[in-house]
Write a protein that binds this ligand. Structure first.
Ligand SMILES: Nc1ncnc2c1ncn2[C@@H]1O[C@H](COP(=O)(O)OP(=O)(O)OP(=O)(O)O)[C@@H](O)[C@H]1O
Length: 327
């Protein structure tokens, strides 16, 4: 659906976006994350055709944005960070104007405006001047103009910026609804946002793509929890030979001999490049084959805030295997 290849953009001698490549499939909701100044808005502006890259290409459904900007722009919707809304215009007039710019005409235009009003629930505000709207309603008007014409790709720059918790909730529901028929890329520096609505995260650090992975992959840490009746000596012997494991740590005291079937918790560190599911399956087989009790084996979950901090403070880079394979 969206193919971005080696995208680079400089402001004077400063490289704001540096050789960024990724692809996004149909129906995905992808979060573009990064600290203030990381380069998110610059990427969004290039994806929307508002800003030209110095290098690289952007293709939507195989069509190059630079070679055929009009055609590509008709299939995308863009909510910019700062809405270019005209304060003196009423909501209805503004949507009519936005629909004309998108090339919509006659009955199709009217039907599309109605659909966008309904989807964003702004029917009660149609005759209000935009200047009188709350921040949340302005944002909804911005989304309404972005979804006119049923774009295949929706680019949302900080869609919940400045919204209160209720408005944020509404906006997230709306994005999920829109994603049923479109691919969505949204920028944010709020990790809960990504947790709440995205399938995948791209983390930008100093203009470069540091992480491109599905959320389910990012949430896995490199640790497994094993609960078994085996004592630590048995566990170490059994698991020593497993290539997928780096270390084993017993988390609880060995029980006294008086207890018939001990229950011992272990934390196992996965070796680099090994999938938690794969290694868990092998461990489960080994424990059962040794005729010991297997009470539980689970992957520890990592919180995304920690990952985000690590990525920004160090040189952590993550490219998940699924994403690489899909590319
Ligand atoms: N028009 C411009 N001229 C010069 N420098 C710019 C311009 N626009 C952005 N920059 C710089 O490029 C870098 C990336 O900016 P960008 O707005 O893309 O970051 P961002 O990740 O969207 O940040 P934020 O989260 O604060 O919105 C920043 O260092 C910024 O100061």
């Amino acid at each position: 659906m969206l193919e971005v290849s080696q995208l680079t953009r400089c402001y004077g001698s400063f490289k704001a976006v540096d050789n960024v490549s990724f692809t996004i499939g149909k129906g995905e909701i992808v979060g573009l994350l990064g600290h203030n100044g990381a380069g998110k808005t610059t990427i969004m502006k290039m994806l929307s055709g508002y800003l030209e890259p110095n290098q690289g290409t952007i293709k939507i459904d195989g069509v190059d944005l630079q070679l055929d900007p009009k055609r590509v722009q008709q299939s995308l919707g863009y909510l910019p960070e700062n809405l270019p809304v005209y304060p003196e215009m009423s909501v209805a007039d503004y949507l009519d104007y936005a629909a004309e710019i998108k090339g919509l005409t006659n009955n199709h235009k009217i039907a599309e405006i109605k659909r966008a009003i309904q989807a964003t629930d702004i029917g009660a505000k149609l005759l209000e001047p935009i200047a009188n709207l709350s921040r949340g309603y302005k944002q909804r008007v911005g989304v309404a103009q972005a979804i006119l014409g049923q774009p295949k790709l929706l680019i949302l720059d900080e869609p919940t910026n400045g919204l209160d918790p209720t408005q944020t909730d509404h906006m997230r529901q709306l994005i999920r609804e829109i994603a049923k028929n479109a691919t969505v890329i949204l920028s944010t520096h709020i990790m809960q946002e990504v947790n709440a609505i995205c399938d995948r995260a791209l983390i930008i650090r100093h203009g470069q793509l540091a992480v491109d992975a599905k959320l389910e992959t990012l949430r896995f840490s490199h640790f497994l929890r094993l609960v078994t009746s085996m004592n630590s000596k048995q566990v170490k012997t059994l698991l020593e030979t497993l290539p997928g494991l780096e270390s084993v740590e017993a988390l609880e005291q060995e029980p006294s001999k008086a207890v018939k079937t001990p229950v011992i918790h272990y934390r196992l560190k996965l070796a680099e490049g090994h999938s938690p599911l794969e290694v868990s399956a092998v461990i489960a087989q080994q424990v059962v084959a040794a005729k010991a009790q297997l009470y539980a084996i689970t992957a520890e979950h990592r919180d995304l805030e920690t990952l985000f901090r690590e990525v920004n403070e160090s040189s952590v880079t993550v490219q998940s295997q699924e994403v690489k394979n899909a590319a």
